[in-house]
Design a protein around this ligand. Structure first.
Ligand code: ADE
Length: 235
């Protein structure tokens, strides 16, 4: 999978993709993330990307031309399944959407800035809008990094242990159960005995119960969502 990120401030993303799992995914050839400076497609002599809004009002609007030229050039080089605009108005990113995006192939991610983009970008150039939550950030770079991270870690072979992405919180509609490691007793705080018992089936059952109980306490909305799908028998 190749992810091309179009940004007015590409430096913001420099270090993000050069570390840890994301870097390993790229070294293994499983994912490629290319961050582009949108100004490279600006025809303005000052490489500007924004202009005053028609009709007046506060704030600047990103112009369509550099964005159109960037997307057209990338599209002429390879196929892209989606061109995603990161925007607080978009569909909210969740594990289900991350799963879906991890299977589709190449993506272009467009980061907004200032007041946002000329509406014609949204009408004609992008295929969907994604938000990372109901709050407004100063640009789409952090959301693009969040989306890329959530998607890339799901690609087969990216995580050392193939099962670990499947045991992430939310994959089964539940938050994750607690984990413990050595020492078995830290200053009088013991780990639950069941985990030391060696009975894998009972441990799995305990973990499931813990996940259900935690979800009930912390994220009852997730259980309700699952209830609506009719899958309540084993909760
Ligand atoms: N751009 C600014 N705020 C955002 C958000 N919450 N999600 C996605 N893109 C954004």
């Amino acid at each position: 999978m190749r992810i091309d990120i179009l940004s007015a401030v590409p430096r913001l993303l420099d270090s993000w993709f050069k570390e840890s799992i994301l870097q390993r995914a790229q070294q293994k050839g499983l994912a490629e993330v290319v961050v582009h400076d949108l100004r490279d497609w600006s025809t303005d002599k000052h490489r500007r990307l924004d202009d005053y809004p028609f009709g007046g009002g506060a704030g600047m609007v990103m112009t369509i031309e550099p964005i159109h030229r960037a997307i057209a050039e990338l599209r002429s080089q390879r196929d892209y399944a989606e061109v995603i605009y990161l925007s607080p108005d978009g569909v909210q990113l969740d594990q289900g959407l991350a799963n879906q995006l991890s299977t589709i192939g190449n993506m272009i991610l467009l980061c907004g800035h200032y007041k946002g983009v000329d509406e014609r970008v949204r009408e004609h150039l992008i295929t969907r809008e994604v938000s990372i939550g109901d709050y407004v950030l100063s640009g789409g770079e952090l959301p693009a990094a969040v989306l890329s991270d959530a998607v890339i870690r799901l690609l087969p072979g990216v995580l050392g242990d193939e099962t670990s992405a499947l045991s992430d919180s939310f994959q089964d509609g539940l938050v994750a159960p607690p984990d413990y490691t050595r020492p078995a007793d830290y200053q009088g705080w013991p780990v639950p005995e069941i985990l030391l018992s060696g009975h894998q089936a009972r441990i799995d059952e305990w973990r499931h119960q813990q996940a259900v109980e935690r979800t009930r306490q912390r994220r009852p909305d997730l259980l309700k969502r699952t209830d609506r799908d009719g899958d309540v028998q084993d909760r």
